[in-house]
Design a protein around this ligand. Structure first.
Ligand code: G3H
Ligand code: 13P
Ligand code: ZN
Length: 331
């Protein structure tokens, strides 16, 4: 089946009350690991590429890897999503490549560092919605700023989302999904102790606008066992905590539908490669250690698909094409 618009995948998740993981990808092994997990658990899946991933893969490779995933897994609804677009141009570029969904992260300026005003965010997000919907492409917006800075992305300033602003933002922009800042942050170093997320914000927004699925960024759980493997085989990561799975499950109950996970896949791959190379000092065939990394991504993502309740839902609905959804937008 062709790549599916994200709006349908999230709307269906809302109807049945589960969450869908959005897993960051940069290479074939990540995509294969994620797709094996989706296929075995029968889960709809969002594969997302950041601007950094587009640069790393020279864009065209990511496009064809996603097409390969769709060809190889005809029974699985797959969304190809741009993670943290920084302006109309980056969203247009992704749409031209065949992405079925884009995030316009208007919480930050084009430098992906400086927080914007509410009005600036509305203006840029609205321009992306107007453009993307002409192609049937889904748009995710973001209001509020997360902590954490990854590869220079992020302001380092935390500003939780104000529910009143979120309602106004959805009405003014027409976004299909909205990322909220509820206390999570990007990267491996999120919390020093058990976090308390501001989940009441989710309830407030859902109560007033139940039709727009909500998104949680910075949702890696940073499992201690993954950190332990890395450190056992020569790594030096500091003790840290991510978002516990029960907190994510509670967020899903309250109305979070898209859960962004990048760091956990990175940790899983790094640990597997370190372990393999430490135990096989004579190894030099990249397939051996990349194969281990792919297996580690598969294991991690499979457990997330089960924990988020995505498993078993791939066949629940007839997937829409961009053409189908275009008609809905133009009604
Ligand atoms: O939110 C950011 C994602 O983790 C992507 O990170 O820009 O290093 O690819 P990246
Ligand atoms: P993590 O760093 O917690 O995996 O978050 C990823 C993310 O939000 C990508 O947009
Ligand atoms: Zn993010």
């Amino acid at each position: 089946m062709p790549l599916v618009p994200m709006k349908q995948v999230l709307d269906e998740a809302a109807k049945a009350g589960y969450g869908v993981g959005a897993y960051n990808v940069n290479n074939m092994e990540q995509i294969q690991g994620i797709m094996r997990a989706a296929s075995e658990t029968k889960s709809p899946v969002i594969i997302q590429a950041s601007r950094g991933a587009l640069k790393y893969t020279n864009m065209v490779y990511i496009k064809h890897l996603a097409a390969a995933a769709a060809e190889d897994n005809p029974g699985i609804p797959i969304v190809l999503h741009l993670d943290h677009g920084n302006g109309l141009e980056s969203c247009k570029q992704a749409i031209a490549l065949g992405f079925t969904s884009v995030m316009m992260d208007g919480s930050l300026k084009e430098d992906a560092k400086t927080p914007t005003t509410f009005e600036e965010n509305v203006a840029v997000t609205k321009s992306v919605v107007e453009y993307a919907h002409k192609f049937g492409v889904t748009v995710e917006g973001e209001l509020g700023t997360l902590g954490g800075i990854e590869d220079g992305v992020g302001s380092g300033i935390v500003k939780l989302t104000d529910p009143d602003d979120a309602v106004r933002f959805i009405e003014l922009t027409g976004v299909d999904a909205l990322a909220l800042a509820i206390g999570t942050s990007h990267g491996a170093y999120k919390f020093k102790s058990e976090p308390k997320l501001a989940l009441d914000i989710v309830n407030e927004v859902v109560k007033r606008i139940p039709s727009v699925p909500l998104v949680m960024h910075g949702s890696s759980s940073v499992p201690p066992e993954l950190i332990a493997v890395i450190n056992e085989y020569g790594g030096k990561l500091e003790k840290t905590m991510g978002v516990p799975i029960p907190s994510i499950q509670e967020a899903i109950k309250r109305g979070i539908r898209k859960i962004n996970v990048d760091t956990d896949g990175r940790l899983a791959m790094t640990g597997a490669i370190r372990k393999y190379l430490s135990e096989h000092l004579d190894a030099f065939d990249p397939r051996s250690y990349f194969g281990e990394a792919r297996e580690a991504v598969y294991q991690t993502v499979k457990s997330r698909m089960i924990a988020f309740g995505t498993a078993g839902h791939a066949g629940d609905y007839e997937p829409m094409t961009l053409e189908d959804i275009k008609k809905e937008y133009n009604k």
